[in-house]
Design a protein around this ligand. Structure first.
Ligand code: ADP
Ligand code: MG
Length: 392
């Protein structure tokens, strides 16, 4: 793999850099929820400053659908960035216009301006070349540090690269290298997959299958496999269109052998108590909400043998206390193994939230919150945001 890394640039003295970040933080009014995405972006910003660059920071926030909406303004994010960097960050809303041009002209080396939400422009969504040119015209160099949106063909991660020399930011580079380790894993590779939507996970299962020793299935994902086997799953979560995807895995016996399904599950009837049952004993009025203890210990045995571990998707409805045992047990185990014996990657919005409940996240070699982009990359999809800067 070859990456056009920012580190190759020894000096950026006086050069203006258009830095695309992912500062898509949760916002309630003007109050920022978790600000880890802003913190994660600081390394690249500080690197650029150390090289003497003048920096234009740009991001999206939410889905404002191509027109201005105050609720999606990045102003609170610019204020937080200013606080982290302990220096002025000039915020420009609208992102483009005479004021922006003037502000860029006035930028000093190490100085920072931040543009308002790029998704206030339809051109961003449309990967419009003219919009991309307008963005590119502000700077000498383009840097993509927004891996989480790099599976999208949008102007500020895709088209813009045609108009300026383009580089990978430090965060994006780390993310891509970590995921690449999964595609070329130290074996045995054990994959743990759960969560809700099989549609988004099937390509990943297919891609990792040949290299994997086992793919351990849990969560809502397992229900689809049970259903395919003709078992009763009661009122459990089901992705109705999933059967054709699963057929691919069960069509050859050899293929299916590596797909490991839960041997017991935690079920509940509406108003009733949680019970641990065999997947063969689920009743019409039951909902499957977690993997059971026998499954946890069986999965643990596989996980302990792995040299590379990948986990995406909670193994149960972990948002409810009674149904998080499976997820937390497996999360703790993966974290513990990652701290020495295995290379561990954990990804996905809810998956990372579940991992954080164990307070063991820092043991994991790479924690990725770029759910969709991670699945696309590992699934082998073309990544418009990585073209020209990452060569697999
Ligand atoms: P991620 O965002 O980490 O990729 P997903 O979006 O695929 O994960 O799925 C996460 C959701 O799946 C969680 O909100 C969790 O509650 C849900 N889930 C997992 N197992 C079950 C289950 N058995 N029944 C209902 N929901 C489940
Ligand atoms: Mg999710």
């Amino acid at each position: 793999m070859r990456i056009r890394s920012l580190r190759q640039l020894k000096s950026l003295k006086g050069k203006t850099v258009f830095l695309r970040v992912d500062f898509n933080v949760p916002l309630a009014g003007t109050k920022i929820g978790d600000d880890y995405k802003i913190k994660a972006g600081l390394e690249t910003i500080k690197f650029l400053q150390s090289r003497g660059a003048r920096i234009i920071v740009a991001s999206h926030l939410g889905e404002p659908a191509g027109r201005y909406e105050a609720a999606y303004s990045l102003r609170p994010v610019a204020l937080r960035l200013k606080k982290f960097l302990k220096q002025p960050v000039k915020f420009l809303s609208p992102a483009l216009g005479v004021k922006t041009a003037a502000a860029v002209n006035k930028l000093r080396p190490g100085g920072i301006i931040m543009l308002d939400n790029l998704r206030f422009y339809q051109g961003e969504y449309d990967n419009d070349p003219d919009f991309a040119k307008d963005l590119a015209a502000l700077a000498d160099i383009y840097v993509n540090d927004a891996f989480a949106v790099s599976h999208r063909a949008q102007a500020s991660v895709s088209a813009i690269k045609k108009y300026r020399p383009s580089y990978a930011g430090l965060l994006l580079e780390s993310e891509v290298r970590a995921l690449y380790n999964i595609l070329k894993p130290k074996k045995p590779l054990v994959v743990v997959m759960g969560g809700a939507k099989i549609k988004t996970k099937a390509p990943l299962i297919a891609k990792l299958y040949p290299a994997a020793a086992q793919i351990l299935i849990g969560g809502g994902l397992a229900n689809n496999f049970f259903k395919f086997q003709g078992r009763e799953i009661g009122r459990s979560l089901l992705d109705k269109d999933s059967i054709s995807d699963i057929k691919k895995f069960f069509s050859g016996r050899k293929l299916a052998k590596k797909i490991i399904l839960p041997q017991d599950v935690v079920v509940k009837k509406s108003g009733g108590a949680a019970r641990v049952v065999s997947p063969l004993a689920v009743q019409k009025t039951d909902t499957i909400l977690d993997i059971g203890p026998a499954t946890i210990s069986a999965y643990a045995a596989y996980i302990k043998k792995a040299q590379t571990l990948v986990w995406n998707g909670p193994l149960g409805k972990f948002e409810e206390k009674s149904f998080r045992h499976g997820t937390l047990a497996i999360a703790s185990l993966i974290a513990a193994r990652s701290s020495g014996r295995a290379y561990g990657v954990v990804g996905g919005g809810e998956t990372v939230a579940a991992l954080e409940l164990t307070k063991m996240s820092e043991y994991v070699d790479w924690v990725s919150t770029a759910g969709g982009a991670m699945l696309s990359y590992l699934g082998g999809a073309k990544m418009p945001g990585l073209s020209l800067i990452v060569n697999n």
